[in-house]
Design a protein around this ligand. Structure first.
Ligand code: IPE
Ligand code: IPE
Ligand code: MG
Length: 260
């Protein structure tokens, strides 16, 4: 393998465990949650932070190793200016409030996305939090902020091309994957989108190639440990074939059982 630590699911069949190692979530439905309660949309975002805290705890309890959440897409700048400002402030305040707790719990924190549009204070808090938690290994928590899957693939490709232009026809999937923002994690096993929409919205386009997709109508502020357990239960009922037939999987499982 020439690329990162984790190989590509389209080249090698990954090992599948009962509990997803990596869960990726689009936390959607905050605005509708607030509207249902006659509150301003931003009240939903504040409640969303609380839901996230419970989901991190739930993931650790269930044995998940990586959680990656979509907090702000590269397209969310199109929202009304006050909502964008509120979200930036909320991100800053939540970090200032929660980083010590993340660290005390052995959680490694990272942000992926193009931080160049964020203000200097927010970038500093993010970088400090990443540095503080860099040695933690119990759980990996990543926030995608001003993130777009297309941006990610493009910047990875540009870096490869800049470094070795003469190899433009021969880069491998593993090499490309190791330049992506999520190079440090295995591809997500389970993708969850709350809020009822059934789309990827430019999230981890490359990495979701063989991820199991789970969509729920539950609005993000209402998503809790029980809802997480339900999503994991759905995942456990899936057959991850990675291109093979169901019969092949059964033969392989029977072979392993008789070896044991
Ligand atoms: C998701 O909730 C949070 C962000 C995109 C920041 P929304 O704000 O999209 O909520 P809905 O989809 O309008 O209900
Ligand atoms: C996707 O949610 C991005 C985040 C949750 C941060 P949106 O609510 O912005 O997605 P679309 O635009 O409806 O697809
Ligand atoms: Mg939405």
């Amino acid at each position: 393998m020439t690329g990162g630590r984790f190989s590509s699911s389209t080249r090698d069949i990954p090992e599948v465990s009962a509990v997803p190692r990596h869960i990726a979530i689009i936390m959607d439905g905050n605005g509708r949650w607030a509207r249902k309660r006659l509150l301003p949309r931003v009240a939903g975002h504040s409640r969303g932070v609380e839901a996230l805290r419970a989901v991190i705890r739930g993931c650790i309890e269930q044995g998940v190793e990586y959680l990656t959440v979509f907090a702000f897409s590269s397209e969310n700048w199109r929202r009304p200016q006050d909502e964008v400002s509120f979200l930036m402030q909320l991100f800053l305040k939540s970090l200032q409030k929660e980083v010590a707790r993340l660290h005390d719990n052995g959680i490694r924190f990272r942000v992926i996305g193009d931080l160049s549009r964020f203000d200097a204070q927010l970038v500093k808090v993010i970088r400090d939090a990443e540095a503080l938690t860099a040695g933690n290994t119990r759980f990996s928590f990543t926030v995608a902020a001003n993130y777009g899957g297309r941006w990610d693939i493009l910047q990875a490709m540009s870096r490869l091309m800049a470094r070795q232009p003469e190899r433009r026809d021969s880069f491998t999937e593993d090499e490309l994957a190791s330049e992506l923002s999520m190079h440090f994690a295995p591809e997500p096993d389970l993708f969850i989108r709350t809020g009822g929409e059934k789309r990827i919205s430019n999230f981890l386009l490359w990495q979701l190639a063989y991820t199991e997709l789970y969509f729920t109508d539950v609005l993000w502020p209402d998503f809790d440990a029980a809802a997480l357990a339900e999503a994991i239960g759905s995942y456990q009922g899936r057959e991850r074939r990675f291109g093979r037939t169901s019969e092949q999987l059964k033969t392989a499982a029977a072979g392993q059982a008789s070896d044991a």
